[in-house]
Write a new protein. Structure first.
Length: 251
């Protein structure tokens, strides 16, 4: 590792990844944002899913000040974050065949909706099956993943495919296999993951694009305001009433 504090080096690495995403994923971000805008304008609903730490970026865009009110979390019990005990159970559930189809079939998702699936590796059965089954149901799929895993690891799905192979739009986070940006002679393993920083930035870029696209079309983007600013609650109540049939997190 070169000169500089570990904090400086991590921030430099994260900034470098964000610059790569800005330079290399602009067209994909625009396509994903347009897909979400198309879905909203056509009366569809928006959903986001992520397993393990990938769920953090999904949760970040749900019921969020400055975000689209129509973005709902698709939660799979046991795999959303590390709240399950033991935490390793979540990792095991990601490899269970049939779970994703059961979740989708019992969810509010329907043809014409859009689903963002976030999976760093994109190799486990859950995200691959979810993308496959969602598209069979007529749902548009945006995948947020590290494409590097598809060339450097083996799929854990029976089809030998990855999440990226079953999406309408793919956003590549550029994260290296292993998700650790730093190495140090005195530390026995690579450390300092940046996937959450980069993936969350990708998600917010897509939603910003969707909001601006709707506005350009003369459609008011269904945005939420902070409840900690004057008038925020009244604004949000109006949005909730107008779009209540497409919002599932307050029922």
């Amino acid at each position: 590792m070169s000169d500089g504090t570990p904090a400086d080096l991590f921030l430099d690495a994260a900034i470098g990844l964000l610059r790569r995403v800005r330079e290399e994923e602009g067209e994909a971000v625009a396509a994903a944002g347009t897909l979400l805008a198309d879905t909203v304008e056509a009366g569809g609903r928006l959903f986001a899913f992520g397993a393990g730490h990938s769920s953090l970026a999904a949760q970040d865009v749900v019921y969020r000040a400055g975000g689209l009110a129509l973005m709902n979390l698709l939660a799979v019990p046991g795999v959303v974050g590390v709240d399950v005990n033991p935490a390793v159970l979540g990792s095991a559930l990601e490899r269970v065949d049939g779970l994703a189809s059961a979740v989708l079939d019992s969810s509010p998702l329907r043809a014409g909706d859009a689903l963002v699936i976030i999976s760093l590796s994109g190799r486990n059965a859950l995200p691959v099956e979810m993308a496959l089954h969602a598209r069979d149901l007529g749902i548009k799929v945006i995948g947020v993943t590290s494409v590097a895993y598809a060339t450097e690891t083996a799929s854990r799905h029976s089809s030998d495919t990855f999440l990226k192979d079953h999406c309408d739009v793919v956003l590549d986070s550029k994260i290296a296999v292993g998700d650790a940006e730093l190495t140090l002679d005195t530390v026995p393993a690579p450390f300092a993951p940046a996937s959450t920083v980069v993936t969350s930035a990708l998600m917010q870029s897509v939603l910003a694009t969707a909001a601006a696209t709707l506005a350009d079309r003369g459609v008011e983007p269904p945005l939420l305001r902070s409840g900690n600013v004057d008038g925020g609650h009244a604004w949000n109540a109006r949005i909730m009433e107008k779009y209540g049939d497409r919002i599932f997190y307050h029922r």
